[in-house]
Structures are given as structure tokens and as C-alpha cells.
Design a binder for this molecule. Sequence first.
Ligand code: TXA
Ligand code: MG
Length: 333
Amino acid sequence: MARRGQEEAVITERLTPSDIAEAAALLRAGKLVSFGTETVYGLGADACNADAVAAIYAAKGRPSFNPLICHFADAQTAFRYVAATPLAEKLAAKFWPGPLTLVLPRAKDCPVSQLAGAGLPTLAVRVPAHRLAHKLLHEFGGPVAAPSANRSGRMSPTLAAHVLAELDGRIAAVLDSGPCAVGLESTVLDLSGPAPVLLRPGGVSVEALEAEIGPFVRAMENNSAPVSPGMLLSHYAPTLPLRLNAASVAPDEALLAFGPALEEAKLVFQLSERKNLTEAAAHLFEALHVLDAEGTRLGLVRIAVMPIPINGLGLAINDRLTRAAAPRDKKVI
Ligand code: TXA
Ligand code: MG
């Protein structure tokens, strides 16, 4: 059976920007195609094809209760699949295309597979701001379910090479869209209840959202009871453990620097020498990938992370780092 093939070894095609039609054809055929967005690389499948969606969970080794975001070329198409509210329309007009995901009730007769939404009555929708992603989604025409293109619990990929390192031989193709400009996943805002709830901080800052809609509840501040199934305590994790808010660096540690680096460090990845949070976000996952691989090769045992402020994109950066640093035995899956 064709769909079994995705669980066995397959040849993963490397597609370039001129191969959009082929990438869309693969999606239509129920295959998995990784593509770059402005946030991170997604692992895309036809959201209305339950077998294709199941193949995403299989390739990622993802717990099946964790729902996926549906990606669209534009807001008009997205709002055919969910029951949009005036607030959703206002936020879409302001932030789409862009790194904001809205959780809304599924529209009546929404054809997206139940598996993509993990059986929930709601659906997460987003319109990415990336030229190639837009072309692919436009060419495909319908919803593309796409989690980040990493094995479950691992770091999100921001380069095609990161995708291949984890999923080569498990997916049909990767569309090389270059490095992801934002480098952090989208902000997830739940608009399905009586008041908006922030489920995941991300590429659109809380401050920018609050400037539009006023203050709202932040679900992720209560880590013991994840409201969004994706808010696992230990997540986005490199192999080496992390030590946060490091004021010094030990001889057996690699250093994730923010601002002038601590001088003793043997291996340093500089997130932003000038302490710019946007620059730091764009390089965060790349930094963890590099320090993990190089640090392991050099026999280092830990990654020390310099303090990063929690304003603006710093909230999302600290959220990802806290999850990456969480004890692995606390993994809530
Ligand atoms: O930037 C992004 O959002 C990337 C790119 C590829 O678009 N995608 C991404 O997807 O990060 P993923 O699957 O790694 O994270 C989706 C998050 C998870 O925390 C999931 O639990 C939450 O969104 N989510 C999805 N659907 C939901 C729903 N119906 N209700 C509540 N949370 C939902
Ligand atoms: Mg993810």
C-alpha cells in the first residue's frame, strides 16, 4: 500500500523554488512535503486526507492527541474552514500573512480530517508570510496541515538541512526555501472561548497583540496543566542539557551567548552581540542545533545559556529555552 511506504524508507526529494508545481502535486497525492515558512520549516500534508495526516504523526513520532495547524494562502480561504469572529477578522487583517495562529471553532461541514485537529471541535489556522510557502499553498488550493518538521520533542528546523538531518528517508520531499527569517514558531491564540487565551508565545509578540485587543490570559504560565496539547513541559530539546541564566561558563560547557560572550567559553554561539531580540529569535534553533552537534563532538556535557530578557520576542525565546531545559523525565506524553 502506498501509504505504508512513508513509514518505510523512501527517497526524499530535494526540491528548489522552481519545483512548486511538483511539491503541490506530491501534497495532492497524499505525500509529505516539508516547506519553509517565515517561522520554521513545516511538515506539510493535505489536511483533508486522513491517511496523509496520519503519515505526519508517524514520521514525527508525534503523540496523536497533539493537533496540527492548517496553513492557507490567504485569510479568505482560511475562514472557509473555521467560524471566524469579528476579533479573528481584525487580527487576521492586522497580522496575516504572518506568524500568528488562530484557534477557532471548525466550520460546519469542515472537510479537514478529524485527525489533523486531534478530534477537537476547534481548528488552528494560519497564513504564513513566506513567498514560496504562499505559492505552494496557493497552487495546492486547500488546507495544508503542517507541524514543525522535526521529530517529536526535538528542536524546530530553520534550514532545509535541519529537516533532512531528522527526516531524510521518512518524507517524500523537502522544498528548500532558505533560512527562516523569524526562526521561532507562530504565536498561538485561542479565540474559540469567551475571551482570547494565549496558548503559545511566538513570532508575534504579546505586546503587539495587546496593542490590538487589550490584555488576555496566558495559558502557558501554568505549566502543570497544559491547555494546548502541544505545550509539553520538556520540548524543543537538544541532546545536551541546558543551564539557563548562566553568569559563568564551566570548562565542560558550550555557551549560548546573548550580548558580549563570557570569555572562558570553548564553544560559543552568539545569538545577538547587540542584544537584539529579533536577531536572537531568528538564530535560536540554529544555535541549539550547532551547539548540540559541535559540543557533543568536543566532549562538552552541557549548554550554558546567558540571560535573555522576557520582553517582546524574549518571552517566546525564554519559553522555548525553558522547555529545552526541562528535565527529560518530566516529559508529559
Ligand atoms: O510557526 C508555526 O506555527 C509552525 C509552522 C510550520 O507553521 N508550526 C508549528 O506547528 O509550530 P506545531 O504542530 O509544532 O505546533 C502547533 C501548536 C501545538 O502547540 C498544538 O498543540 C497547538 O498549536 N494547536 C494546534 N491546534 C490546536 C487546537 N485546535 N487547539 C489548541 N491548540 C492547538
Ligand atoms: Mg513543533
